[in-house]
Write a protein that binds this ligand. Structure first.
Ligand code: PAZ
Length: 335
């Protein structure tokens, strides 16, 4: 794959790539949800989760995919709900979702802990294996409460194009909340795409030797998000690396380039027990410095899974963000 292709600005991207057909309906529902949360005085977090695909054909048979099961996003969404936030959960179709993630078909299949009680032949009862009851009760109670309060709205995407259009539209809607909006951008978004104009209409045929595809770079969407679509929101992006030495430099560069509030860095193999928050250091009385060491501050969050295997690092990530978001809102009240 060649990364030297032409560079799409966000403006050019949206002028040339078509919106997903359901965009208007999706956004009308988001608007109603946000209005309801505004009336209820709740803060709203947009959680993006899962990987995006890049189709190679218009009648799509083949596509490139991005790594991500959606665990980070689905787990974090539950902790945000617990902290009193309303959640817009924007996720890759069929990736993990809050609450149902506890019963993933591959790791903890639901049917395995249901039992048939044939005590009365006309009145068969289905019961839950006793060892599973406490957890199910806890998950189900939280799930029902979220339904009762109407504090979660889900949206889904498949392609990187769906994702970009949705992110732009949802973030514009969220701007009515000012500083009460939090963005938690945990989705694994492709850096490259094939513009519609370059796609083959039908399935790419084999038999002509190797396949060469030149992809364009996906526009750097954080820039317009911060500068135009939602100027006051508290924006948290994620940076995934496999080379640990790149994590902090890349996070700092993202903050310098986009000017948002936090980058959470995670290493592919350590992400379940270690992340680093990188954020701009509060300007001190002596003013800002150009030295990256003192311009940014790093805070590591680590958990010990050997001691506490049930602990989820997202609990601590969300707690830290809830505190930081609260301070961010307070700051604007003081100034
Ligand atoms: O979904 P998951 O729990 O399997 O993985 C989460 C993650 C590693 C995709 C996420 O924490 C992340 O880093 N997202 C941003 C990826 C990127 O750099 O584009």
């Amino acid at each position: 794959m060649d990364s030297s292709g032409s560079d799409f600005s966000a403006e050019r991207y949206f002028a040339t790539q078509p919106p997903p057909p359901s965009l208007d309906e999706d956004i009308a529902r988001v608007r109603t949800f946000i209005r309801h949360q505004l009336q209820a005085g709740r803060k709203v977090v947009l959680v993006t989760s899962g990987g995006t695909t890049v189709p190679l054909e218009l009648n799509v048979v083949r596509f490139l995919d991005n790594f991500s099961a959606g665990t980070r996003g689905a787990t974090s969404a539950e902790y945000f709900l617990k902290a009193g936030y309303a959640v817009i959960f924007m996720h890759r179709q069929f990736s993990l979702q809050p609450f149902s993630r506890h019963y993933s078909h591959s790791t903890h299949p639901f049917l395995d802990f249901l039992e048939i009680d044939p005590s009365g032949s006309n009145n068969i009862q289905i019961t839950v294996t006793p060892s599973e009851r406490d957890q199910l009760l806890e998950v189900l109670t939280a799930y029902k409460e979220v339904h009762r309060l109407g504090t979660m709205h889900t949206l889904n995407f498949v392609t990187v194009n769906d994702y970009l259009w949705l992110l732009r539209a949802v973030s514009k809607e969220l701007s009515v909340l000012g500083r009460n909006a939090l963005f938690y951008l945990a989705a694994a978004v492709s850096d490259f795409f094939l513009p519609r104009q370059k796609m083959s209409e039908h399935k790419i045929q084999s038999g002509k030797g190797s396949l060469h595809i030149e992809m364009d770079q996906v526009p750097k969407i954080l820039k317009p998000l911060v500068d135009e679509w939602t100027r006051e929101g508290f924006i948290v992006s994620f940076k995934l690396e496999t080379d640990p030495a790149l994590l902090i430099p890349k996070a700092r560069t993202a903050l310098e380039t986009y000017g948002h509030q936090v980058v959470i860095g995670n290493d592919l193999h350590r992400r379940k027990f270690e992340v680093v928050f990188v954020s701009p250091r509060e300007p001190c009385s002596s003013g800002k410095t150009n030295d990256a060491e003192s311009t940014f501050v790093e805070t590591w969050i680590r958990i010990d899974l050997a001691k506490d295997p049930k602990k989820e690092i997202e609990e601590d990530i969300v707690q830290e963000l809830v505190n930081r978001h609260h301070s961010w809102i307070q700051q604007s009240k003081q100034s």
